[in-house]
Design a protein around this ligand. Structure first.
Ligand SMILES: C[S@@+](CC[C@H](N)C(=O)[O-])C[C@H]1O[C@@H](n2cnc3c(N)ncnc32)[C@H](O)[C@@H]1O
Length: 270
């Protein structure tokens, strides 16, 4: 674990983690009773939480493919990458550009061991256990410097992770720092859980904060997410329910609603 910037402590399987809850909602097998119980409670509050999670993952896949194909991006940094999935960023990118380079970042120690075992499969792919709330430290990390060409554009992904960041850690400021550090032509991808209903935002935020013992920020409004795009030139089709972000088919389902959706898009660094 030479690449870690964070200390290790033994995982407490009695406290649900975001990564394992997400894995449960996505139909994975890497979770414990604590995550299953918390997810079922979440589903009583927002019954579409599972389908929204599945469609957000499809969004991530479409975005990586689009950025690799249409913008020619060959360097990806996946902030808050979560547990390995069926198809991961480096695999999607390398199907377009075989020499694409990917850095995965997550602060969860279990995600780190899985990531190092299952994602770091070639010399073009690295896993970094680090805190995305320190974006400059992430971008300056020796592994990132070693892998990335600073003159080439980068796609910085923040898919379904900024709602884990509390207001005092300034999610929009994190995006601002990253945008100011990447070369022109780079892209920043943001998706965030939102609700138009204040009581849903408050109830889910309160539940997730208590259950995860503080590893959670806030469910935000669409306007708050739109503000994160301020330093960027927003690409077509804008900041939307991610199901509607360049769907593969016009028959694709939009599963989000004003009550609960993953909201986001892609911004280009000017
Ligand atoms: C909902 S999962 C999203 C996974 C993935 N991005 C996706 O879309 O499938 C959020 C991930 O962000 C990680 N995370 C939360 N806060 C973080 C932080 N401050 N620094 C690094 N990772 C963080 C969690 O450990 C979790 O694995």
């Amino acid at each position: 674990m030479d690449d870690d910037t964070l200390p290790l402590s033994p995982p407490d399987v009695g406290v649900p983690t975001i990564a394992r809850m997400d894995n449960y909602l996505l139909g994975g097998k890497d979770h414990y009773e604590a995550e299953r119980q918390a997810s079922h409670r979440l589903l009583t509050m927002v019954p579409t939480a599972r389908t929204v999670a599945v469609h957000r993952r499809r969004f991530l896949e479409r975005v990586v493919r689009t950025l690799a194909r249409e913008l020619g991006i060959r360097q990806f940094i996946d902030h808050g990458c979560g547990l390995p999935a069926l198809d991961n960023v480096h695999e999607i990118a390398q199907r377009v550009h075989p020499h694409a380079r990917t850095v995965y970042v997550d602060d969860d120690p279990v995600v780190a061991s899985y990531g190092q075992a299952y994602l770091e499969r070639d010399e073009r792919t690295a896993f970094l256990r680090a805190d995305i709330r320190e974006p400059a430290a992430v971008l300056d990390h020796p592994r990132v410097r070693e892998l990335f060409d600073p003159r080439e554009p980068v796609a910085a992904l923040f898919v379904s992770v900024l709602h884990c960041v509390p207001d005092q850690d300034d999610p929009a400021g994190i995006i601002g720092t990253v945008a100011s550090r990447l070369p022109s032509g780079s892209a920043v991808v943001i998706s965030h859980l939102v609700s138009d209903e204040e009581d849903v935002r408050e109830r889910v935020t309160d539940f997730m904060r208590r259950r995860t013992r503080g590893s959670w920020g806030r469910v935000r409004s669409r306007q708050e997410v739109e503000r994160c795009f301020a330093p960027l030139e927003i690409l077509h089709p804008g900041v939307v329910d991610v199901c509607a972000w360049r769907p593969d088919s016009e028959l694709a389902r939009v599963v989000g609603s004003g009550r609960w959706m993953e909201y986001g898009g892609v911004g280009r660094v000017r």
